[in-house]
Design a protein around this ligand. Structure first.
Ligand SMILES: [Zn+2]
Length: 231
């Protein structure tokens, strides 16, 4: 089957969301790049800050590891590990300390059984299926004139959108915790804290952009269904 994309007029609504997502990626890379050059006066590395913050919050069953890659930092709730990229693990930059504290924020969410984190974890399978099958099924259904396939694509894609939506409070909450912890523990001065905040805000913006792309895709599916219904 060959369906050139320009036959699908709903592609248009994706364009602004995709431009925003590209801008968000550019912004996070440039902000991270800028503040990974600014070394904190405190001199502690990302790994050291992460370990101290975990201990201060009474979390002793979470370890801090170094993993490969760039901007690959994440908290692994199944193994209870704060995974930090080399640029964060061994660096004392404002970006490194901000990111390390953010990942500790996720570990604290896990320890407190923070509800959105649990919901997000339970949505991972639905999100994987929905993001890979939702749009293709809706498009195939559109060209084959099958309402059933289009509706199935819609339902699957809603799973992916829900995942993006619930990711937002999880990420914002982890960053707010990070900033509060760094401030309270005097890890960074007020001025330094501003830099760390900018890095975390730029990272959060990429999640907002990804949610808007998912929302635009959902609108696309609804439009495809609407076009066929009017035929
Ligand atoms: Zn995060």
């Amino acid at each position: 089957m060959f369906f050139p994309y320009y036959f699908d007029p709903t592609m248009i609504i994706l364009i602004p969301a995709l431009i925003l997502a590209m801008y968000a990626q550019f912004k996070v890379k440039s902000t991270y790049g800028k503040y990974s050059q600014v070394i904190s006066r405190n001199g502690l590395t990302g790994a050291e800050v992460a370990r101290e913050l975990l201990r201060q919050n009474g979390i002793y069953n979470v370890t801090v590891h170094q993993i490969g890659g760039h901007l690959t930092d994440h908290y692994d709730p199944t193994r209870r590990v704060v995974n930090l990229s080399p640029q964060v693990y061994g660096s004392s930059s404002l970006a490194a300390i901000g990111v390390a504290a953010h990942e500790v924020g996720h570990a604290i969410q896990d320890a407190l059984n923070y509800r959105p984190l649990k919901i997000r974890a339970s949505l991972v399978p639905a999100a994987n299926i929905g993001s890979s099958w939702g749009i293709p099924l809706a498009l195939i259904g559109f060209f084959m004139n099958s309402q059933f396939m289009m509706n199935l694509g819609l339902v699957l894609f809603v799973g992916a959108l829900l995942f993006h939506l619930v990711t937002l409070p999880v990420e914002f909450n982890a960053s707010n915790r990070a900033i509060a912890l760094l401030d309270r523990g005097r890890y960074l001065s007020r001025q330094e804290l501003g830099g760390a905040k900018k890095v975390l805000r730029a990272a959060a913006f990429t999640y907002v952009a990804a949610t808007l792309v998912a929302l635009a895709n959902l609108l696309r599916i609804l439009m495809l269904i609407g076009i066929r219904r009017d035929d």
